[in-house]
Design a protein. Sequence first.
Length: 188
Amino acid sequence: MATYNKTRLLVLGIVLLFVTNVATIVGIMLHLQGHEYSQPNCEMEQDDVNDMPRGQFFKIKLGLDQEQTHIFRDLYHQYKSDAGQISQQMEILRKELVDELVIEKPDSASLENIATNIGNLHKQLKELTVAYFLEMKKNCSPEQADKLHEIFHSLLNEQGDVRMPNSQGQHGRGRNWKNKKENNSLNN
């Protein structure tokens, strides 16, 4: 009798697992069937930007050919390197600013100097972004240039900064995103 119950439970368990697996497979198939795999249009939602890798983003959105894709990639790598250096310098200065602010008697001349240096670096970063956009535009057809303008315009955040998709297609929210967000008010 005990063997009969064990066998019955095993068969019931196997049937239950089989039904669960079939339901999972059907669910996945229905989910995949609901997705559209067409090319995104230029009427963009902010999430479009963040859901694809940067290289694919411009290639698809602008219809870049292979040569243009390579040019855009090279331009981006140079921009990222230069902008990263400026951003690091700004981050160091922001920390110095905060450190000076929290001491008992902050030196206003030092605070003014730090603020001026942050402003100059911020200006350099904006000039670098402008040069990056112009180089991209120079390598576009007139139709692609119009689309590029639409893309950059749609990527502006509330502060007027351009939010580019990152190289992994993520939202750009890494380990330090919360700290960067909290310190963002010091950027301007």
